[in-house]
Design a protein. Structure first.
Length: 135
């Protein structure tokens, strides 16, 4: 039985696959741009010129980059029997929602979605092992 656990955030995803007493770890970088608004233009005058921040354009671009990131992950986990998703700050829930909307065969194999802070590669492997050993 091929069991897969994914830890992901906006920067990268770690995919741990457990099969026949062997573990494999894959890493996928997200390539999502980080938005850092820069306000003010150096004017010391009150009400002086200010930068206009186009956050709606950024949010749309980020949404498209997130879809590509999720698609890359989903294409690597098509041949699995069980899936667990871990991650901080809601990225794991967004990924699960994307699977339910566009990858129904994979989403039907989700056994759990859990919050998990940043971890080392070995901690992620242990988390996935422990999840599937307890379920």
């Amino acid at each position: 039985m091929k069991k897969t656990g994914i830890w992901l955030d906006k920067n990268k995803a770690l995919i741990v696959t457990l099969e026949n007493q062997q573990e494999t770890l894959q890493s996928i970088d997200s390539n999502i741009e980080h938005f850092r608004p820069h306000g003010g233009s150096g004017s010391r005058l009150k009400g002086g010129p200010q930068d206009v921040i186009q956050d709606s354009k950024f949010l749309e671009r980020e949404k498209q980059q997130m879809k590509l990131y999720f698609k890359e992950i989903a294409t690597r986990i098509t041949d699995i029997d069980a899936l667990a998703i871990f991650g901080p700050a809601g990225t794991n829930e967004k990924f699960a929602k994307e699977l339910q909307e566009h990858y129904k065969t994979v989403s039907s194999k989700i056994k759990g979605i859990r919050k998990a802070d940043s971890m080392t590669d070995n901690q992620v492997k242990a988390l996935v092992r422990d999840f599937f050993n307890s379920n």
